[in-house]
Design a protein. Structure first.
Length: 231
């Protein structure tokens, strides 16, 4: 009985030894799988993250966010461009205002110069008119004085010849008096250019005496009248 009992003990020990090795092999395989998993996991995780919706969203966000940095530069460029345009427009407006102001000043200066010239010309013309008027008035006055002087001389000459005729001819003469201003044809016919003038037409030869006839002796001599007739 002892031997029968020992045989099963040997038989049971053999399977126990075989199971340990089996589990050892399994453990080794598990360890190798874990190592392989550790080596392959980063790539898989990265691929999984890239393939995951969150990764795609992050990528899209990053892709969309990258161009978002460009608009500020474009916006700054547009702002600078707009400010430059405003500055140019302001400078153009100021330049135009200065040009218009300069043109206005030039126009005002020309208008002032033209007005001064016109005033000077008007003043000169007025002075010329006044001078001409003064000359005209002076000439009229001179003519009036000469006319008065001529009338005075004519009156004296008429008075003197009438006295001579009355004293020396005693009605033996015909005395005719005419105004050369009214009867200038007669004056031209007899060659009378100055007044007063006394013409002796008969007896011949004819005699012309110019003046107021105040010198009685000369008049009597020119008329060929003797002084003795007065005695």
């Amino acid at each position: 009985m002892v031997e029968v009992a020992a045989a099963p003990a040997v038989v049971s020990a053999a399977p126990a030894k075989s199971g340990w090795r089996k589990w050892l092999g399994v453990g080794v395989i598990v360890i190798m799988a874990a190592v392989a998993a550790l080596l392959l996991l980063p790539k898989d995780n990265k691929q999984a993250k890239l393939n995951s919706p969150e990764a795609k969203t992050d990528s899209a966000t990053k892709v969309q966010a990258a161009p978002a940095t460009a608009p500020p530069a474009a916006a700054v460029h547009e702002t600078v461009k707009a400010e430059a345009a405003k500055a140019k427009a302001r400078m153009d407006s100021e330049a135009e205002a200065l040009r218009l102001q300069a043109e206005k000043k030039q126009a005002d200066a020309l208008a002032t110069a033209a007005k001064l010239k016109a005033d000077a010309e008007a003043e000169a013309k007025e002075k010329e008119r006044q001078a001409a008027e003064t000359v005209r008035i002076e000439k009229e006055r001179e003519a009036a004085r000469e006319l008065q002087e001529q009338q005075r001389k004519m009156a004296e000459a008429k008075k003197n010849i009438e006295q001579i005729c009355a004293a020396y001819l005693q009605g033996r003469c015909e005395l005719t008096v005419f105004d050369v201003c009214k009867d200038f044809i007669t004056a031209l016919d007899h060659g009378v250019l100055l007044t007063p003038t006394l013409l002796l037409l008969s007896p011949l030869p004819s005699v012309t005496i110019i003046g107021n006839l105040s010198d009685t002796e000369k008049v009597l001599g020119a008329l060929r009248l003797p002084k003795a007739n007065n005695e």
